[in-house]
Design a protein around this ligand. Structure first.
Ligand SMILES: [Zn+2]
Length: 117
């Protein structure tokens, strides 16, 4: 259940950004997760809803993008996307691999209504 901790961390970032951008309301939050973070979107969304309650991000729409795992094969040099947790090279079957993507965790963008002076 690491979704709760991640939701709290991301919520803090969102609220800080909303404050510095002078947003009166956050309407949409675009988040990217690497597949290896193993987030269950439903649990994350639930945890996030709990965390943003009574804040300017309370009604924000949550958009979650999952970034596929890409591996680099140190044996033959090919780069490939991992499907079905099959962690061996699709070209030469080597397991001497390096992770190129899939461990990301970041907020892509935040949309909201700005307070005008
Ligand atoms: Zn290979």
């Amino acid at each position: 259940m690491h979704e709760i901790r991640i939701a709290e961390d991301l919520c803090a970032i969102v609220l800080e950004a909303a404050h510095s951008e002078r947003l009166s309301k956050v309407t949409k939050i675009n988040i990217s997760f690497g597949q290896l973070i193993q987030i269950v979107p439903e649990i994350f969304e639930f945890a996030f809803r709990e965390t943003v309650r009574n804040t300017v991000a309370e009604d924000a729409e949550l958009s979650i993008e999952i970034i596929k795992v890409r591996m680099y094969c140190k044996n033959c040099g090919s780069e490939f996307q991992v499907n079905d947790n099959l962690f061996s090279c699709s070209n030469c079957s080597s397991t001497d691999l390096e992770i190129r993507s899939g461990k990301e965790l970041f907020i892509k963008s935040i949309e909201g209504d700005q307070v005008w002076k």
